[in-house]
Ligand binder design. Structure first.
Ligand SMILES: Nc1nc2c(ncn2[C@@H]2O[C@H](COP(=O)(O)OP(=O)(O)OP(=O)(O)O)[C@@H](O)[C@H]2O)c(=O)[nH]1
Ligand SMILES: [Mg+2]
Length: 409
């Protein structure tokens, strides 16, 4: 039983390339069009985080993933993605499609906020010339709408449930946490949000509306961190805008991307026209150039010139990596049953790559593999170092771990 999958939501202004990004990441064909509000119902799919596979470090020729896949020493680990309808400023007051559809993102662990870095769409998502709109303004206005949505979700639950019971309970943090189930919120998020909102000395039963709102905003920050995907970097106008976005929001919060370039490359790879592994900064033509249509050649040349030469890659894997490693602070661990062969009992080599939180202990990992393994945990073996480790040993990235328990699976 692998750990609960990580869910990443894709949000942003309408017509900025959310569905293009989703499709590029999942290869699920979805509606993409150059006008506002193309997406209405959410698109759900699986993408893969690229990472050097530990089989390489262990000197093994290959591995046999149960989920995801491994190519040329790179392991691709599954992450769930949800693409929703677009926002416009004022959505929280019902403008555009409103913001109720965002409730589809309640379970998200992180949000990718797609911004049109080329400045080629106005605040309502209508097309204009690149460089005519300010992506910083867009990012700020839409971020406000995202916070308004989360505030309304928390207020709804607070007023309908929490406010009534909080007056009598022993431990208010537990009550708040339990009543926010389904929002992918951990108990520690509740504690952190209370501290960040400076409410640690004020009993929740005395919180007024603005206290609850402040708590909600901080809770969003800690439980659903946002990363900005500065999209459409294939337009030269995006170069300066990316710098402005980085200056305003910080390098750790902005990743320049071209969703369209990634989609074109992946499709061309699938069609056998080029060889391209997601995350590469180049592609190899597999057919004679003369056999391609003019448009295809032009598109590939543009990607080479405006994306690879200026930004090195399409940015899509960096976006995923920053979301998983920097925002969610996850590491990869490989549970195995045979610490010498690195296999499960069927002989599959490194069958699982779990994305777990930094700070996860050996025993916590045992619980993720199987409740019984956690309950009857004896010790674990660090298979790489051939070392016995105890239950509270904190795991490191790329650890290969065998759990020893009285009750095996
Ligand atoms: N040049 C360029 N165009 C892009 C890029 N990403 C998306 N587009 C174009 O932007 C338009 C809108 O793309 P969608 O993916 O439908 O945008 P969306 O944000 O999902 O839009 P809604 O669902 O309507 O809110 C399409 O014409 C895409 O081809 C990109 O990286 N570069
Ligand atoms: Mg869409």
């Amino acid at each position: 039983m692998p750990p609960p999958e990580k869910i990443v939501g894709i949000v942003g202004k309408t017509n900025v390339g959310k569905s293009t990004l989703f499709s590029a990441l999942t290869m699920v064909p979805v509606k993409i069009a150059d006008h506002p509000f193309t997406t209405i119902e959410p698109n759900i799919g699986v993408t893969y985080l690229r990472k050097k596979c530990v089989h390489v470090e262990l000197g093994l020729p290959s591995c046999s993933p149960r989920s995801g896949y491994c190519v040329r020493g790179y392991r691709f680990i599954p992450v769930k993605l949800i693409d929703v309808a677009g926002l416009i400023p004022g959505a929280s007051q019902g403008r555009g499609l409103g913001n109720k559809f965002m409730d589809d993102l309640r379970q998200a662990d992180a949000l990718i906020h797609v911004v049109d870095a080329s400045g080629s769409t106005d605040l309502e998502g209508n097309r204009s010339k690149p460089g005519t709109h300010d992506p910083v303004e867009e990012a700020e206005l839409i971020a406000r709408e995202i916070n308004e949505w989360f505030k309304s979700v928390i207020l709804r639950i607070w007023n309908s449930k929490i406010a009534r019971i909080i007056t009598t309970v022993q431990n208010p943090v537990d009550t708040i946490f339990q009543n926010l189930s389904g929002l992918s919120i951990k108990r520690k998020h509740v504690v952190e949000a209370i501290n960040l909102a400076n409410l640690e000395n004020k009993h929740p039963k005395t919180w007024n509306q603005s206290d609850v709102e402040e708590f909600a905003v901080k809770l969003r920050e800690v439980s659903k961190p946002i990363i900005i995907a500065a999209n459409k970097i294939d337009y030269p106008e995006a170069v300066d805008n990316v710098k402005k976005l980085v200056k305003t929001f910080g390098e750790e919060n902005v990743v320049p991307v071209s969703a369209l370039a990634e989609l074109i490359l992946r499709k061309a790879n699938q069609a056998g026209i080029i060889e391209y592994i997601p995350g590469d900064g180049e592609f190899k033509l597999k057919v004679p150039k003369e056999s391609l249509a003019k448009d295809q050649v032009k598109a590939l040349e543009l990607i080479e010139k405006n994306v690879f030469r200026v930004f090195k890659t399409t940015g899509i894997q960096e976006l995923l990596k920053k979301t998983i490693y920097n925002k969610l602070k996850l590491i990869t661990v490989y549970p195995v049953e045979d610490e010498n062969k690195y296999t499960d009992h069927h002989g599959n080599i490194l069958p699982d790559a779990y994305l777990v939180e930094r700070g996860t202990t050996a025993r916590e990992l045992a619980y993720m593999v199987h409740t019984e393994l956690g309950d009857s945990f004896l010790y674990a073996v660090d298979a790489k170092r051939k070392k016995r480790i105890g239950e509270s040993h904190i795991l490191e990235d790329d650890d290969v771990i065998k759990i020893v328990a009285t009750k095996s699976r």
